[in-house]
Design a protein around this ligand. Structure first.
Ligand SMILES: Nc1ncnc2c1ncn2[C@@H]1O[C@H](COP(=O)(O)OP(=O)(O)O)[C@@H](O)[C@H]1O
Ligand SMILES: [Mg+2]
Ligand SMILES: [Zn+2]
Length: 499
């Protein structure tokens, strides 16, 4: 087998081989047919969507001496040279490199010369948004008075960074992401001519993972070919991507619909064990529930999924009310955001998922004024007995918190009452490495609630102070990250949640 990467080996050689950019291709073909070619084009769009390939085909098409159609013949001297990258009249400049900038600098001098070979000179400037302002100025001057036999194709993934003075002088084509269906078909064709054995569900997963980039899809197959012995299967794709598979997402949907906390925690655990990262899982779940929402409202035509998957989504969406789906998506995206700021992303996701079961209503603790009994207690007269009483009744405090705020409860669970300090405050000691939970309990509204519960239970007002324990009384995780296992969480909830 060739060691040339697939995406190089399978570069489209004529307009009809470009996948999924039909309006652009039609317009270019017509322009060539009618000899109404613009002097400058701006090709925008994500990487791997065909910008460079189209620029090269265009260069061949306008220089081809053997053509009968707008497509280049692929055989004449110019076509062969341009394909190999040896043509002197087709100049590719990478604006992201220093050399690129130098090349633009003396563009104006060079441009004065007639092409040494071929009919037309074509400058293909890739990642044009990377040019320095000096280079942009040089380019602008050239675009203002382009020589008759010279064409420019500027390509960029970030059109908003191209000065308007430049872009307004170009005919612009936006290369769109290629649909999973088209990517899948293209992969199938290449796999059959390369005699690569690959399962259909593996192909669909690759097509979706590529997020519209054919280059990414082909690179992924290259990677899989060196990773797999024999047939490429869905599970191999999932292993390589480190992502979750659709079935798995449907399982999550089912567990949430049933309100089975236990199942949810097991699924999270399973996902982690199989190597899915928590942020990826959150992303996949958000995607899945968005699909369910779209299926629910009947907008399945914008879903880029197989017919089977769409059917499955439709029937699964019956399990939810529209409002539920919206609220789940909101909770998931809030969790995704929150995860970025907390090390304990697993806990954030688990709590978010448990909340979706609807068994626990996370009360907006901020607004609620807790009615606490106003018991007057002489400030300094705190005894050992009070501490003893608190310790003894701590579980009741935890239970009260559990019924109030799931987040508060999970965090409070990581603390232990350690003493009453000199100013009469109850000191809560958090295990080393659990500062995330400490700061959550310290949030004024949570602390206020907690102090209220303590007052309810021991009949006295007492304020709370949180500290981090010095001693490492926790089998510290190797990664140095805070972690709480699904078992621990399940244990905390006794397998069920209080409503
Ligand atoms: N629209 C497309 N049709 C067919 N192949 C494509 C397409 N877009 C990308 N490819 C594949 O990806 C490779 C890189 O594409 P390229 O044209 O360099 O993308 P871009 O310049 O947009 O990043 C090509 O060699 C080809 O294998
Ligand atoms: Mg390119
Ligand atoms: Zn030719």
């Amino acid at each position: 087998m060739s060691h040339l990467s697939l995406y190089r080996k399978y570069r489209s050689q004529n307009f009809d081989e470009i996948v999924g950019q039909d309006p652009i291709i039609t317009t270019l073909k017509n322009a060539i047919k009618n000899q109404r070619i613009s002097h400058a084009y701006l090709f925008t769009g994500p990487r791997g969507t065909g910008k460079t390939s189209t620029a090269r085909i265009f260069s061949k098409a306008i220089n081809c001496s053997g053509k009968t159609s707008p497509n280049p013949c692929g055989e004449c001297d110019q076509c062969v040279k341009i394909t190999k990258g040896h043509a002197l009249n087709v100049i590719e400049i990478d604006a992201a490199s220093n050399r690129g900038i130098d090349e633009i600098r003396d563009l104006r001098e060079k441009i004065a010369y007639k092409p040494v070979e071929g009919r037309y000179k074509v400058y293909i400037i890739d990642e044009v948004h990377m040019l320095t302002s000096e280079a942009f100025n040089a380019l602008l001057k050239t675009l203002e008075e382009p020589p008759a036999d010279t064409f420019f194709i500027l390509a960029t993934t970030e059109p908003q960074r191209v000065p308007i003075t430049i872009s307004s002088r170009c005919q612009r084509f936006d290369f769109g992401r290629i649909s999973p269906d088209k990517i899948a078909k293209h992969i199938k064709d290449i796999a059959s001519s390369e005699k690569i054995k690959i399962d259909d569900d593996a192909i669909s997963r690759i097509a979706r993972a590529a997020e519209g980039s054919l280059r990414d899809a082909l690179s992924l197959i290259d990677q899989l070919m060196s990773y797999c012995q024999g047939t490429i299967k869905l599970e191999n794709v999932i292993e390589v991507l480190g992502t979750s598979e659709p079935q798995f997402l449907f399982d999550f949907g089912g567990a949430i619909a049933e309100g089975s906390e236990k199942k949810i925690l097991e699924l999270v655990d399973g996902a982690v064990l199989s190597g899915v990262s928590i942020p990826q899982l959150a992303k996949d779940l958000t995607y899945h529930f968005r699909n369910l929402l779209l299926a629910k409202i009947g907008s399945t035509d914008i879903l880029e999924l197989s017919k089977d998957q769409v059917e499955r989504l439709k029937s699964d969406s019956e399990k939810f009310h529209l409002g539920q789906l919206k609220s789940i998506i909101r909770k998931l995206s809030a969790a995704e955001t929150e995860m970025k700021w907390h090390q304990n992303s697993r806990l954030v996701l688990e709590v978010a998922l448990l909340e979706m079961c609807g068994s626990i209503e996370e009360s907006p603790v901020v607004q609620e004024k807790h009615e606490r009994p106003q018991v007057k207690v002489p400030e300094m007269k705190v005894s050992k007995d009070l501490f003893g009483e608190i310790k003894e009744k701590w579980n009741d405090v935890l239970l009260k918190m559990k019924s109030k705020s799931l987040f508060g409860y999970v965090s409070l669970h990581e603390a232990e009452p350690s003493e009453i300090d000199r100013s009469g405050r109850l000191v809560l000691s958090f295990k080393k490495g659990y500062s995330f939970h400490k700061s959550r309990v310290e949030e004024p509204q949570n602390k206020n609630i907690l102090e209220g519960f303590i007052a309810d239970i021991v009949g006295r007002n007492i304020s709370v102070a949180c500290v981090l324990s010095e001693k490492n009384n926790e089998p510290s995780p190797k990664t140095g990250q805070e972690r709480i296992t699904a078992d621990e969480v399940a244990e905390m909830f006794d397998g069920k949640l209080v409503s």
